[in-house]
Write a protein that binds this ligand. Structure first.
Ligand SMILES: NC(=O)c1ncn([C@@H]2O[C@H](COP(=O)(O)O)[C@@H](O)[C@H]2O)c1NC=O
Length: 518
């Protein structure tokens, strides 16, 4: 091994490694910052610009992008020797590169597009690809963890084995692929934000396995949590776990639903989720009150549930939760120390703090796997169509308090699996019918659940995630005491359905959009 080109952004361990190479008679070529560091450590270094005869320009945008570098990496021994000689190209046998930290930079909340662009490495990626393509002649090292192995093989065999070179090449290509995918994903998220009409022609997803889970939905399914790098949005993935067992697959799914639903409300809110459906939701003057009312909707289902709140978890609320029910997860923007005293009594409860909310959104797509591919859609991130708001369609218009309850119920219905029917009054759910194959069944189940816990439906409102195909659910709701209904509208039987509401003296509003959740 005669010559190494070292150009690293993360300079951990590079001085010792370069020193060891020099001791073994290797000449070092290096770029600006790396060369400076090595020189300061009194190592002999040839600056790449001295070798190419071309200065580093444009604040480092162009430093190694030169034929004398790339030909040195791409040379074919025995084929290009004369040409190398003619152009004074000196062979490079070892390339040591790690790239500008694009992912870490864009993960910062205040990262501008300008900063993101400045951190897209071009020269390093080009060199890695060249060296990895020419792995038989050039070893491409991208990780400090590989430095010892390189030195060991140099000592024991005078060079790197083909097996090691191939492994290093595979790793270099994996890194450049990962790097470019992260960049593509960053741009894709911005295209989605720009409201482009079409989804992209290709979608490259870069996901990193961050947690191996004990199992998936069931114990016989292996599973892991793969997270999108560089994501700034607050989520169960970014939340800090303050106590309790590790989150399970189902915990993560349910916590995501609970947290996203809780974030819909301005007032202090509590959402209890069980098996992917809210089973109790309330807003109130305090979290304690909101929790109490959410819990009362369906104490049976709340057992073993996931609780999300949108205010710092205080001691009184924590004590109430721990005293009332078995809970798997509690997630809050933050958790007061006094609250942790109460949750600590049940060591297994997973307590998470998601931090100050931000409106950053990840790649705004939702994925569902089917055999043969993925269905991709935009996330259902709106509540009502822009502008036109709720449209009263019956003879009676809702009162102000009914309107408030209708909006509350509508927000909840968005998170209930279809067919979703939500009964609510005074900022709290009274009964929720979820996931039935017919809307009337969901309406019956929601009403029955309210009755089971003694919550009367007189004067309540009802939200339906999609239109009523028949008037039956409206008739059923009227019998139960419902006074106002919110639904998207759009059924061929809308007239019949509106007439039913009018007959019962109910107010009915059309939301103008539906919120199926499958
Ligand atoms: N522009 C170039 O020609 C170029 N060549 C190498 N780099 C990168 O520059 C970094 C090292 O820079 P320095 O040695 O100046 O600290 C490495 O991450 C390397 O991948 C470049 N920077 C960006 O593309």
């Amino acid at each position: 091994m005669r010559r190494a080109l070292i150009s690293v952004s993360d300079k951990t361990g590079v001085v010792d490694f370069a020193n060891a190479l020099v001791e073994r008679g290797v000449e070092i070529l290096s770029t600006g910052g790396t060369a400076r560091l090595l020189s300061e450590s009194e190592l002999p270094v040839v600056e790449v610009s001295a070798y190419t005869g071309f200065p580093e320009i444009m604040d480092g945008r162009v430093k190694t992008l030169h034929p004398k570098v790339h030909a040195a990496l791409l040379r074919r021994p025995g084929v290009d020797d004369a040409l190398m000689e003619a152009h004074e190209i000196r062979p490079i046998d070892l390339l040591v590169v790690n790239l500008y930290p694009f992912e870490a930079v864009v993960a910062q909340t205040d990262c501008s597009m300008e900063e993101a662009l400045a951190n897209i490495d071009i020269g390093g990626v080009a060199m890695l690809r060249a060296a990895a393509k020419n792995y038989a002649a050039v070893a491409a090292v991208t990780a400090a963890a590989d430095y010892p192995q390189v030195l060991k093989e140099l000592d024991e065999q005078g060079g790197l084995t083909q097996v090691t070179r191939r492994r290093l090449a595979a790793s270099a290509f994996a890194q450049t692929a990962h790097y470019d995918t992260a960049i593509a994903q960053y741009f894709m998220a911005r295209i989605a934000d720009d409201g482009s009409d079409e989804l992209p022609q290709t979608l490259s997803l870069q996901l990193n396995r961050t947690h191996t889970l004990r199992y998936g939905e069931n114990p016989h399914q292996r599973a892991a949590f793969f997270q999108s790098p560089g994501v700034r949005e607050r989520s169960v993935a970014s939340a800090a776990q303050l106590q309790g067992k590790r989150l399970s697959f189902n915990n993560i799914v349910d916590t995501d639903t609970a947290l996203t639903c809780a974030r819909e409300f301005e007032q202090p809110a509590c959402v209890i989720v069980k098996h992917a459906n809210p089973c109790g939701v309330a807003v109130a003057g305090s979290l304690l009150e909101a929790y109490g009312q959410a819990y009362q909707t369906d104490p049976t289902s709340a057992f073993g549930g996931i609780i999300a709140v949108n205010r710092p978890l205080d001691a009184a609320t924590a004590a109430a939760i721990v005293g009332c029910q078995f809970v798997e997860v509690i997630i809050a923007p933050s958790v007061l120390d006094e609250a942790l005293v109460h949750t600590a009594v049940r060591k297994n409860i997973r307590v998470l703090a998601y931090g100050p909310w931000n409106d950053e959104s990840e790649l705004g797509y939702d994925f569902k796997r089917v055999r043969g591919g993925f269905l991709v859609q935009e996330c259902d991130s709106v509540l009502l169509p822009p502008g036109d708001g709720l449209r009263p369609v019956g003879r009676r218009h809702p009162s102000t308090s009914e309107l408030e309850d209708l909006l509350f119920a509508w927000k909840v219905a968005k998170f209930v699996k279809s067919n979703a029917i939500v009964y609510a009054r005074d900022g709290r759910t009274l009964g929720i019918g979820a996931g039935q194959m017919s809307r009337i069944d969901s309406a019956r189940i929601g009403a029955r659940k309210a009755a089971d816990v003694g919550l009367g439906l007189a004067g309540s409102v009802l939200a339906s995630d999609a239109f009523f195909p028949f008037r039956d659910a409206v008739d059923h709701a009227a019998t139960a005491g419902v006074k106002a209904i919110i639904q998207p509208g759009g059924s061929v039987r809308d007239e019949e359905v509106i007439a039913a509401a009018d007959e019962h003296g109910m107010a009915m509003v059309f939301a103008g959009m539906r919120h199926f959740r499958h």
